[in-house]
Design a protein around this ligand. Structure first.
Ligand SMILES: [Fe+2]
Length: 637
């Protein structure tokens, strides 16, 4: 293929020597010339030159594909070459130096596939060291934007989105994993893939390439939901997939081989991300299924040699920073990840997300007597142990318990505990540990207890509270209930309490709060009267503010607040006018202590409500959300 600035006809001179001897013509005038050369011998070097109008290229060389079955050859895999042409060029130089037979790009070739000029700057110029001599195959990335330019510049088999081809002794499949195409089990692509992988072949190796990793080493990216549809197909031993090649996450990550457990020893599938082709690097993280990850610009060399393939990533200085020998031999149990465990962690997360929260008892111990049922899809019996973390204020009934699962048997987790009244500093975490010797990813941990606050809040009447000094010095506070502030499961709470009182004019709130070392420390009283939510914010080190969502904001003189700090903790008192709402029986209330720990925001609530986040490493990664319908209904005495 070549491109001209104006429409011209095209001709290719080619042959085994610089004398050429053959020509192929494209008589139709066009800008983008795609000429098919036929009758070539395999594993043969040809010289060629192209001509359009009066312009002729230099003489270049290419080598045709090896004889089918050839077991010594080289492939370069790389991706995400977009956005930094200078770095892409350095990567391309290393690829050219490696003298590979074939290049497979894992997608995101350019920053915006719709921008015609970017193909010249980000693709054609940087790949100049190999573009005229090495065959190129790619999978489409999200940055190609499904653009017509991608399909016109690529000369790929089939529909150019998902296709398979044999090269030397390998079968290579490329897929489209982007949002714009149907990918589920009913989709055309899925059915095509199933059909392609089921075919009997003479080839030794099978690699499947697509842009978005199913088992990413990205530090923050949520699980790619495509995992649950595609991984079972790719991991099916009948499909003989050896490796899955991905891009999108700008680093190198080599996972432990993964498989579905069976009585037979197995090699498992290598999932590999090679996406350091030029784009800005991303933070990577060692998840249980990740063997080695490095955020570095690179390409990955696949050196095929009879019964093994040596996989070596090479950085822009030509330095190898990993070496892995891919074979068909069974992988030792402690190096093989069980897909069923990743699947189980997904089911565990779903079970926790729909579990009924536990209402914290007021002034007495909270007794929890519940269970979580986690489906599993193991095909062989597995066993292990459940262990509860010991934390102050919590008494779990069975601190450790063995478990044994028959194939497809659900894991029943007893949630039986007694929580001491008042505040508590942390939730107990449960560790599910499978016995050693069966697979590598042996442990899962979960913080399953979700405590919620009172549904009703009775505010006692007082004659006089005394001075509002922030020190909780008024005698009246000694007689009223102190409600614990509750934290997000996993982190849990701290020893913090809030109290309420009222007289004819004011609603009083007094809070005893924890550490003064936190940053962005503040308390918030939120009152929802149906349409209007009033928020009173009292930061420890900044002026107080009142905000109203859906109603008139209160002036500073209409409400009061006072703080007192000691070295270890701080206290706050607030007074808001009863005139704020005509009918207090319609009002719902929450009290929040918000602060930062290592730049991450934490919240303790009187009436917490949570939603599930996207962090695949924490079960469950609850995030606090304001849900007035879950706040305590106020009852004024
Ligand atoms: Fe991407």
């Amino acid at each position: 293929m070549w491109e001209t600035a104006i429409k011209l006809s095209g001709r290719v001179y080619y042959g085994p020597t610089r004398e050429f001897g053959y020509t192929a013509d494209l008589p139709k005038a066009t800008k983008l010339h795609e000429v098919r050369l036929t009758g070539l011998k395999p594993a043969t070097t040809y010289c060629y030159r192209v001509r359009s109008g009066e312009t002729e290229s230099e003489t270049y060389q290419f080598k045709t594909a090896p004889v089918p079955g050839t077991n010594r050859w080289r492939m370069a895999v790389y991706g995400d070459s977009r956005s930094n042409p200078a770095v892409h060029r350095l990567v391309a130089k290393q690829i050219a130096r490696a003298k590979v037979d074939l290049i497979v790009h894992t997608g995101d070739i350019v920053a915006d596939g719709r921008d015609h000029d970017s193909w010249r700057k980000e693709f054609f110029q940087p790949v100049e060291p190999f573009a005229h001599s090495v065959p190129w195959v790619s999978t489409i990335g999200n940055h190609e934007r499904d653009s017509a330019h991608y399909f016109s510049y690529m000369a790929l088999p089939g529909n150019e989105r998902y296709f398979g081809f044999d090269y030397a002794n390998a079968h290579i499949v490329c897929l489209d994993s982007n949002a714009w195409i149907e990918k589920g089990r009913d989709s055309e692509q899925f059915r095509w893939l199933e059909g392609d992988l089921s075919q009997q072949r003479e080839t030794t190796w099978t690699f499947v390439a697509f842009h978005h990793a199913l088992f990413s080493a990205h530090a923050r990216r949520p699980v790619n939901s495509l995992r649950w549809d595609w991984a079972p197909l790719l991991l099916d031993p009948a499909h003989r997939v050896d490796g899955v090649l991905n891009g999108h996450d700008h680093f190198y990550a080599r996972n432990w081989r993964m498989g579905r457990l069976s009585e037979q020893p197995q090699a498992g599938v290598l999932f590999l991300t090679s996406a350091g082709g030029g784009a800005g690097l991303y933070p990577s993280m060692s998840r249980p299924y990740v063997a080695l990850q490095k955020s570095v610009h690179h390409f990955t060399l696949f050196d095929f040699d009879s019964d093994h393939v040596t996989v070596t990533p090479i950085d822009i200085n030509g330095k190898e920073f990993d070496r892995y020998v891919l074979t068909k031999s069974p992988t030792p149990a402690d190096e093989l990840c069980a897909y069923e465990v990743e699947e189980m962690s997904h089911f565990l997360r779903q079970a926790v997300a729909v579990a009924t929260p536990v209402r914290a008892a007021e002034g007495k111990a909270t007794v929890i007597n519940d269970r979580l049922r986690i489906p599993t899809r193991f095909r062989i019996p597995v066993c292990g142990e459940l262990t509860w973390e010991r934390v102050p204020g919590w008494k779990t009934k069975t601190p450790t318990a063995p478990f044994m699962l028959q194939p497809r048997q659900a894991l029943e987790i007893p949630l039986e505990a007694e929580v001491a009244p008042g505040a508590y500093s942390k939730d107990p975490e449960l560790t599910i540990a499978f016995k050693p010797g069966q697979f590598r990813n042996r442990t899962l941990s979960v913080s399953p207890f979700q405590l919620v606050g009172p549904t009703r809040l009775t505010i006692q009447k007082t004659v006089a509270t005394g001075a509002l000094d922030g020190k909780l010095s008024a005698r009246a506070w000694e007689r009223v209930t102190a409600h614990a502030l509750l934290g997000i499961p996993g982190w849990g709470g701290r020893d913090e309490r809030v109290q309420f009182l009222a007289d004819d004019q004011w609603i009083y709130v007094a809070a005893k709060l924890g550490s003064t070392a936190a940053e962005h420390d503040q308390v918030r009283l939120v009152l929802n009267g149906g349409k209007v939510t009033h928020t009173f914010i009292v930061p420890r080190n900044a002026p107080r503010t009142a905000a109203a969502d859906g109603g008139a904001k209160l002036t500073d003189s209409a409400w009061r607040a006072a703080l007192a700090s000691s070295k270890a903790d701080w206290t706050a008192e607030l007074a808001v006018p009863r005139s704020l709402f005509a009918d207090w029986s319609q009002v719902r209330l929450d009290f929040v202590h918000r602060y930062n720990v290592a730049k991450e925001m934490r919240e303790l609530h009187l009436c917490p409500s949570y939603t599930m986040g996207t962090d695949p490493d924490r079960i469950a990664d609850w995030k606090a959300v304001p849900l007035p319908e879950r706040w305590a209904q106020v009852s004024l005495e």
